[in-house]
Design a protein around this ligand. Structure first.
Ligand code: PAF
Length: 282
């Protein structure tokens, strides 16, 4: 497996792959990989000849009070995990390589970036779409694979790809979970043992919503109240939001008129903010 840190070297490498008629998949990550990321790499490999995993903790998507400095990093561990998952290239630039000292250009997707996570993290998606657009221009993929865990991120990126005519197929891979349902996340390492145990209530609340919808309940208010009661049975939780939305447009739903419905939530326990979601289909 090859490791590339220079933008021009990465572009040159991808040009050669394309000239030889081979297909490239990119898996953008911020590193500190877990089984969820590896599942994206394996899926990418099924679709393309060459898989590039990008590892870059992107300062533009963190607000000053967030954990950019403390975000977990371990490039050597990531490299050996990428190798074992069948990745062909790791692209791991430093901040200076990605953002020159006079960087002035940003990509932002209006409207859907401002809902849900955007309410709590106002400039987050502008940072995500800017870096993903750059990573697309640097790695020149045919296919890009993202995780369903970040449902709003995938909706925003799909919209950017459509609106800006990126000739790239976006594949969304299912969320990988611990046996008790907790979605894998690099930030789970911040949880204390007690918080880790309680955190499985989030997935249980999503499954409760699924059960309610499947039993014919169509009032979002009623389902939300039951989810809130369940989550707050673990008293250390603070809920930022629980939302029912159209899975593509992210339009907020007041009643369940049909499916699929995206049920998403964010909650804080101790110092950790967790997000999760379920697309409910009948
Ligand atoms: O999902 C992530 O890890 C990041 O938001 C991404 C897509 C790699 C952009 O920095």
């Amino acid at each position: 497996m090859q490791i590339i840190t220079s933008v021009s070297e990465m572009q040159h490498y991808s040009d050669k792959i394309r000239i030889n008629g081979n297909k490239i998949a990119v898996v953008p990550t911020m590193g500190y990989l877990h089984e969820g990321h590896l599942s994206l790499i394996r899926l990418a490999k099924q679709h393309c000849d060459v898989v590039i995993t990008t590892i870059f903790v992107n300062p533009a998507q963190f607000s000053p009070e967030e954990d950019f400095e403390k975000y977990p990093r371990d490039l050597n561990r990531d490299i050996s995990m990428c190798t074992s998952a069948g990745c062909d290239v790791v692209f791991a630039p430093d901040v200076a390589a990605m953002y020159n000292h006079n960087f002035l250009t940003f990509v932002s997707v209006d409207n859907i970036s401002n809902k849900l996570e955007g309410t709590f993290r106002p400039s987050h998606f502008k940072g995500v779409t800017t870096v993903v657009a750059k990573l697309f221009n640097i790695t020149k993929p045919h296919v890009a694979v993202f995780g369903q865990k970040d449902a709003q991120q995938t909706a925003v990126i799909k919209k950017m790809v459509k609106d800006l005519n990126f000739d790239i197929q976006i594949i969304v891979a299912p969320t990988v979970r611990e046996p008790d349902g907790l979605a894998l996340s690099s930030r789970n390492i911040y949880l204390t043992n007690g918080e880790r145990k309680d955190a499985s209530v989030l997935y249980k609340s999503l499954k409760l919503a699924e059960e309610e919808i499947n039993n014919g309940e169509n009032s979002v208010e009623i389902i939300k109240t039951k989810m809130i009661d369940l989550i707050l049975s673990k008293p250390n939780f603070i809920i930022d939001y629980i939302s029912f939305n159209d899975a593509d447009t992210l339009e907020e739903l007041g009643t369940i008129a049909g499916t699929p419905v995206l049920v998403s939530l964010a909650a804080r326990i101790g110092k950790v903010r967790l997000i999760d979601n379920l697309v409910i289909k009948k």
